[in-house]
Design a protein around this ligand. Structure first.
Ligand code: GLU
Length: 594
């Protein structure tokens, strides 16, 4: 570097604190991977959002009130993962009735969609083009889910639950490295939409780390929802603006990107609901594990894998055999997921059979302790399980985005919420609804664009009003009707393996919860190579797994878990990532020593 350049770089470094002092005056709230205490706990990826949840609990709100408040706050501080332009799934434990229920806030395709939604001239359009388009935007389910959850279990009105998030959007928060990186990663496409550019690239660049970011448009939108209810979106002015943005994306004049419009209508918004669904349920080591049933594949795939693992005492296995079995159970259950799971309103999904121990036994029989299976392995037939049998051609695991967010809450009464919400890809479709301050999802790219394996029936092709298959796996574990653990993660299809790894790490291997979350991750989804983090590959077990025939590709980061667990003395532990995504924020209403 020439000396003059060195000098000017040094000068600019020295100047940084001076020129940006107002921004740097803002201090980021601390991130903590663990909090133990009474009165309720919250765990999310973001300190401001977790604090809002704690404030709700402290003022007497319950777990659902807090979950909606936290989710709305994440729409402000974690807007590239989730927000009111997206969808999600919520699992709820009611301490009074000891019942677990779920709400399905998954986005739906427009009524005009058919199996060829992403096909042009006989071929699938390029994935990246589908992502940044109006075509991939499904009807947002998150606001309707908030409303249904509050109606059913909450004590707060939507007005009250959204107030802290509105204040946060107006007052602003301190930009952290993750927020800055997410805008930087998306800068090229954000720059191509007038609305997105204005909001996230002010002055032509991503908001700097340490600066204060405000979103007054989103604050006003939340205020409209507080005043008019979610009808503001499903029947009102917010919805009109949303439909306009989908049908005519606000592309910057002169931008060369091909941005296809979508065919979403006001009627699609009007017809949307977030129905209650029976949870997927398995028994594992005497505990009851509840997850999300289809259209998410989370509950059936985590559940089937647990059932497969139930056949061995994982706690007694060597570290290598434990990991070998974890990878093989994931491999097999993904083969079945890909073949059988889609929106149950459109495909005949054998949910109960996928979760049966008899089916899992027929699959577990394929696991050889001395040798890894070779993927893709063929699915089994859950309706007619044949020991060690397979049925038909394997179906591949398609790509899904990895940037959802998950929050977990428990209140003083013992109610628990596990809530995963998303706009699919990091930054969703890249389209901010003009004047409204929130990004639209690209959830419809979770459909198969064409049958994933020619000749194999694919339950996940697009259809009118259909919900794309998800991998979101909000999970609650009960012991004789009492909650012991709740968790979830982002990560697209790797959500499933992440939740499975943390569950087995905690329940079978006896790892403390934060350690189970921090453990290096691997994700096997019926592909030839298993994705693994660098720390996993550096561990001695990785070589032994290779010796068994496992192959690995390196992945920067897999998942970002938040969880809560009940302690024997009745207190709760909230847990989050120590380092992934910059570390999460666990909080307790009345913190005490672990
Ligand atoms: N769209 C994915 C799903 O529904 C989630 C994406 C993510 O984790 O970012 O499973």
């Amino acid at each position: 570097m020439p000396r003059s350049t060195v000098a000017s770089v040094l000068a600019s470094l020295l100047l940084v604190p001076l020129v940006t002092s107002p921004a740097h005056a803002a201090r980021e709230a601390p991130r903590l991977p663990e909090a133990v205490g009474a009165g309720g706990v919250v765990s999310s990826v973001d300190p401001d959002a977790s604090q809002i949840g704690i404030d709700v609990l402290r003022r007497g709100g319950n777990a659902v009130d807090a979950a909606v408040a936290v989710a709305a706050a994440l729409g402000v501080t974690d807007p590239f993962s989730a927000g009111m332009g997206g969808g999600g799934f919520l699992v709820h434990y009611d301490a009074r009735t000891q019942r677990v229920s779920t709400l399905d806030g998954r986005e739906t395709a427009p009524a005009s969609a058919d199996a060829d939604l992403f096909v042009e001239d006989g071929a699938a359009i390029p994935f990246a083009e589908a992502v940044t388009s109006g075509l991939s935007v499904g009807v947002p389910g998150t606001p309707r889910l908030w409303q249904r959850a509050l109606q059913r279990w909450g004590t707060y009105s939507l007005d009250r639950a959204l107030r802290p998030a509105e204040d946060l959007a107006r007052r602003g928060f301190t930009v952290d490295a993750t927020f800055n990186r997410q805008v930087t990663d998306n800068a090229a496409r954000f720059a191509d939409f007038t609305s997105t550019r204005a909001l996230y690239l002010p002055a032509g660049a991503p908001p700097p780390v340490g600066s204060t970011f405000r979103n007054p448009d989103l604050a006003d939108t939340y205020r409209e929802l507080r005043r008019d209810g979610v009808d503001a979106l499903y029947r009102g002015a917010v919805g009109r603006d949303l439909v306009a943005a989908v049908r005519q994306p606000p592309v910057v004049p002169g931008a060369t990107r091909e941005v296809r419009p979508g065919d979403l209508t006001a009627a699609d918004l009007r017809h949307y609901d977030a129905p209650r669904r029976e949870p997927g349920q398995v028994r594992y080591r005497g505990l009851d594990v509840f997850g999300m049933a289809p259209p998410s594949s989370g509950g059936t795939t985590v559940g089937e894998a647990l059932n497969i693992l139930e056949t061995t005492d994982l706690g007694a296995e060597s570290p290598v055999q434990y990991l070998h079995r974890f990878l093989e159970a994931s491999r097999l259950s993904f083969a079945d997921r890909n073949r059988w799971v889609g929106d149950p309103a459109f495909a005949d999904v054998p949910t109960r059979e996928l979760l049966s121990q008899r089916f899992a036994d027929s699959r577990a029989c394929l696991i050889d302790p001395t040798k890894a299976l070779t993927s893709p392995v063929a699915p089994g037939d859950p309706r007619n399980p044949v020991p060690c049998g397979t049925s038909g051609e394997p179906a591949a695991t398609p790509y899904e985005g990895t940037d959802t967010t998950h929050l977990t809450v428990a209140d003083r009464w013992g109610d628990v919420v596990a809530f995963t919400l998303t706009i699919e890809q990091e930054g969703g479709s890249g389209i901010v609804v003009p004047g409204r301050g929130f990004l639209l999802n690209n959830e419809l790219t979770d459909f198969s664009f064409t049958p994933v394996t020619p000749g194999v029936p694919d339950p996940n092709l697009p259809g009118p009003g259909k919900r794309p298959r998800s991998s979101m796996s909000p999970t609650i574990v009960l012991d004789h009707g009492e909650p012991v653990l709740a968790l979830g993660s982002p990560g697209g299809a790797s959500i499933i393996t992440t939740v499975l790894q943390v569950l087995t790490g905690r329940l079978d291997r006896g790892q403390p919860l934060v350690q189970a979350i921090a453990a290096p991750r691997a994700s096997q989804r019926n592909t030839v190579s298993t994705q693994a983090e660098a720390a996993f590959l550096a561990a001695p077990e990785a070589q032994s797994l290779r010796d068994l025939g496992h192959r690995f590709t390196s992945s920067r980061e897999i998942g970002s878990v938040t969880a809560v667990e009940r302690l024997p003395d009745g207190r709760w532990r909230a847990a989050a990532e120590p380092t992934r995504r910059g570390g999460g924020a666990a909080r307790a209403v009345r913190p005490s020593r672990p």
